[in-house]
Design a protein around this ligand. Structure first.
Ligand code: ZN
Length: 548
């Protein structure tokens, strides 16, 4: 027998060999065992995930003369004919090339005749969504009153294009993208049997490149064998797929997390020079950051985690450097970059700008982290108040880098009194409103009735006339808020975030009276400590307990 491509040679011939579609196989197995078969099945899924393969195994099983449980024997005449494509009872039609009414007309005429050998006449129609409307309607006629000896197995990558009247008459199976782990395991099996030496990184790269399609992965392995022979390394795979290496990918993610902008620029340059697909890079980074989120939340053993062990160590190290608030912001930015990439005039510029933006998102402190820094600072001064930040969201961005936070102690000791800033801001407010409204005219109606209430190191609170309480949401509209924030940051010459307070509800922070009298005395003492007061002012916080 001559050369046979791997995807064909290794095509599963029994249900148990189908990779990564256990949910479908189990259902079909039960249907055959209990003899509860539908007239029509629709197999839906991305390319190369096993739709027609599963349909063929099902066809063999139904017509097998010597069935072994739910599995076809692959040895009887019926099985052999189906495998070789010479069966008169199992007719395969490719919807993409046989789109005309003529073929379907023929199908309708033939349907009436009984099967030659097996109990069933089975039509496997691949890419069924490509059929013309007339062809659909012709099939529908048969589907409405199917002769008992006829079965239809449809396969499609685009079920939304299949007529609902057809859909409603089919039992539908959704085949999944095959996991990286399943694909690498299958490739490893094939490589071992074919006498190919292939590194783990190379296997992983093929699986990444195949995007959940086993057939594509097998074809790639074929191509690599003709290209490189019996020894295959990661670099070979990368050049075939136009992918960047796992090391490069991890390095780039590391640069983003560390805020290493020169590193990002150098990496983008390298990607550009080597002609890699930029959109692909964004998608792969997205995958990487998604994995970091999973490590952070579900742990390394999560089932949502589609990775071989070799990669997990690095993910753990990188996840430890970040927080979910930061990772989610990076993921958002990458999704945005992905959707703009298609239409970008310069993909390189877009990639560069997006990654730099992502690295800034990675290094901007969240309120949670600031709280920790503040506690540490207070502890170093001999007190340990627990700051309450009940009125702030956990991952609120407040525009300070961790470095800036670390420098905070020095800043606190020399800063101006916030009340000076408040007075300056109050005087300048009408003029600032004018500037803000030039940028966001829709804010004018609401801002007219506001006044600055409080200014701290990091926050400006703007009071809102109770009459306009309903407008609070409009002001907190992201674009408006960011614009106001920018103007105030320029004015105060330091990054501040802005919040709105409806005046009627506003109350000065008071110590909570949930503790015994001695605690209250302790608290008073700490309120008088200038370091503690600065910290409380900076975060509009309060002392909850005093620990000694
Ligand atoms: Zn058989």
């Amino acid at each position: 027998m001559g050369y046979e491509v791997l995807a064909r040679k290794w095509r599963p011939q029994v249900f148990t060999d189908v990779v990564g579609q256990d949910h479908v196989i189990r259902t079909l197995h039960n249907a055959i065992e209990t003899d509860r078969l539908a007239h029509a099945y629709l197999f839906v899924g991305p390319r190369g995930t096993g739709k027609t393969t599963t349909a063929r195994i099902l066809a063999k099983a139904l017509n097998c003369q010597n069935r072994n449980g739910s599995e076809p024997c692959n040895e009887c005449d019926s099985c052999k004919e189906i495998v070789s494509g010479s069966s008169l009872d199992v007719i395969e039609i490719d919807g993409a090339s046989n789109r005309g009414i003529a073929d379907v007309q023929e199908l309708r005429d033939n349907v009436r005749y009984a099967p030659v050998r097996g109990p069933f006449k089975i039509y496997i129609i691949d890419e069924v969504h490509m059929l013309t409307r007339e062809a659909f309607n012709a099939i529908l006629k048969t589907l409405e009153e199917p002769p008992p000896h006829v079965k239809f197995f449809f396969a499609t990558t685009e079920p939304q294009k299949v007529l609902t009247t057809i859909l409603s008459r089919c039992q539908r199976f959704d085949l999944r993208r095959i996991s990286v782990a399943d694909i690498t395991a299958q490739l490893q099996k094939i490589a071992a049997a074919e006498g190919i030496t292939i590194s783990d990184d190379a296997l992983l790269a093929i699986a990444r490149g195949a995007e959940g399609g086993l057939r594509d992965a097998e074809s790639a392995l074929d191509q690599l064998i003709s290209f490189r022979g019996k020894q295959i390394e990661e670099a070979d795979v990368l050049s075939v797929f136009g992918l960047i290496s796992r090391e490069q990918l991890e390095g780039l993610a590391g640069s983003i997390l560390d805020g290493n902008i020169p590193g990002i620029i150098a990496a983008t340059d390298q990607i550009d020079q080597s002609g890699k697909d930029m959109q692909r890079v964004v998608l792969e980074l997205l995958d990487h950051f998604r994995n970091l989120l999973i490590v952070l939340h579900a742990g390394e053993n999560s089932t949502a985690f589609d990775l071989p062990e070799t990669q997990v160590e690095i993910l753990k190290i990188q996840a430890a450097k970040s927080s979910d608030g930061r990772l989610l912001r990076i993921v958002d930015l990458l999704i945005d970059a992905d959707s703009r990439m298609r239409y970008a005039l310069s993909k390189r510029t877009l990639l560069e700008a997006s990654l730099i933006r992502a690295s800034r998102a990675a290094t901007v402190a969240t309120i949670d982290e600031l709280m920790k820094q503040v506690s540490a600072l207070a502890a170093s001064q001999g007190v340990s108040p627990i700051i309450s930040a009940s009125d702030k969201k956990n991952d609120e961005i407040i525009g300070l880098t961790p470095q800036a936070v670390q420098e905070a102690p020095a800043e606190y000791s020399v800063k101006k009194k916030p009340s000076d800033d408040l007075n300056r801001l109050k005087t300048a407010w009408p003029k600032l409103i004018g500037q803000i409204c030039k940028g966001v005219p829709q804010a004018k109606a609401y801002l007219m009735d506001t006044a600055p209430l409080r200014v701290s190191e990091t926050h400006v609170t703007i009071g809102l006339d109770p009459e306009f309480a309903a407008e609070k949401a409009s002001l907190e509209n992201q674009r408006v808020l960011l614009f106001i924030q920018k103007k105030l940051t320029d004015f105060l010459k330091r990054p501040v975030s802005v919040e709105f307070d409806v005046l009627a509800r506003k109350a000065e922070p008071k110590p909570k009276s949930m503790d015994p009298a001695t605690q209250e005395l302790d608290k008073k003492e700490y309120y008088n400590n200038p370091a503690v007061r600065n910290v409380l002012e900076a975060f509009s916080g309060d002392i909850e307990t005093v620990r000694k």
